[in-house]
Every structure is written in structure tokens, then in C-alpha cells.
Design a protein. Structure first.
Length: 155
């Protein structure tokens, strides 16, 4: 994986990418344009909580001033294109009522060749899902995905 480029897959061609994960009180599905309004509402309601989540504190996302629905849609479309190219995998986190409550990102590290960076967030008003999402995703990555080294910071 050390020769990965952003336009090339970082999973083997014969790997069957999981399209879902069900956990206690949540489920994952690939993020797409259909999630735009709910995704935008989820993260803009929780900027401080997300920035306090491991993996987001040192970055510039989410933007403190938010973004337009059009800009958010472009971001979701980029993530969906990455998924289709197998160069990165972004899932929306839905609660049991199918409400968007967070997001999961699985991408090759930009700084560390051969390392997979994983980050997730949930809305502040659903912070009780932070632990269950992290625990279920950590097990899923170890059991189902072909990654050697995963950087998914503990909560």
C-alpha cells in the first residue's frame, strides 16, 4: 500500500467492500448525495463536539462557519466518487430511526505509507453512540477489512 495514489484503489481488486454495518443503536451505509440535507444538519449542529472528537481536533473540519448546502453536496459527491474508485470509503451513521447522526471515514494515510486513517463522529445530541460506533467499527475493520495498520484513535 505504500505506493498508493489518491486516484488508485487502496484495497485489493478482489476485495468485496462492505456496504453496511449494523451496531447497537446505529447502522452504516455508504454516504451519498441523498444524505446531503440530513448530513449538513447533523454536523452543523455539532461542530464543537466533532472538533473535540479524536482525529478532528487538529484539522480544519468541520469549518466553524459551516458551509452551504451546495458545498456540502460537492463534498458528499467527492466521497461517493472515492468509494466508487475504491480510493477511500465514507459511510453515514444512521440511528435506528434512519436519522443521520454521524459519519465514518476510511482513507489511506497521507503522511504514513501503508497506514489506514479512520475517523468517525456523531452528533452532540447522540454522543452516547461515540463509544459503540468506535467499538463496532474497530472490530469490523480488524475482522472484515484487508488493512495491516489502522490509525483509529481511541475516544
Amino acid at each position: 500500500m505504500s505506493d498508493h495514489s489518491p486516484d488508485q484503489p487502496f484495497v485489493p481488486a478482489d476485495f468485496d467492500v462492505p456496504l453496511a454495518l449494523a451496531g447497537d443503536g446505529f447502522r452504516l451505509e455508504p454516504l451519498g448525495a441523498r444524505h446531503n440535507d440530513a448530513d449538513l444538519a447533523a454536523w452543523t449542529s455539532s461542530i464543537a463536539h466533532i472538533r473535540a472528537t479524536p482525529g478532528f481536533a487538529e484539522g480544519g473540519w468541520p469549518p466553524a462557519d459551516g458551509m452551504s448546502a451546495e458545498a456540502n453536496l460537492r463534498d458528499l459527491e467527492r466521497h461517493a466518487a472515492d468509494f466508487a474508485k475504491r480510493s477511500g470509503f465514507t459511510y453515514t451513521v444512521l440511528d435506528d430511526a434512519d436519522v443521520v447522526v454521524g459519519c465514518l471515514y476510511i482513507y489511506p494515510s497521507r503522511e504514513k505509507p501503508g497506514v489506514t486513517d479512520v475517523n468517525s463522529w456523531v452528533r452532540a445530541d447522540r454522543s452516547e453512540l461515540d463509544g459503540p460506533v468506535h467499538e463496532a467499527v474497530s472490530a469490523w475493520l480488524a475482522e472484515r477489512w484487508p488493512f495491516g495498520t489502522v490509525d483509529y484513535r481511541p475516544l
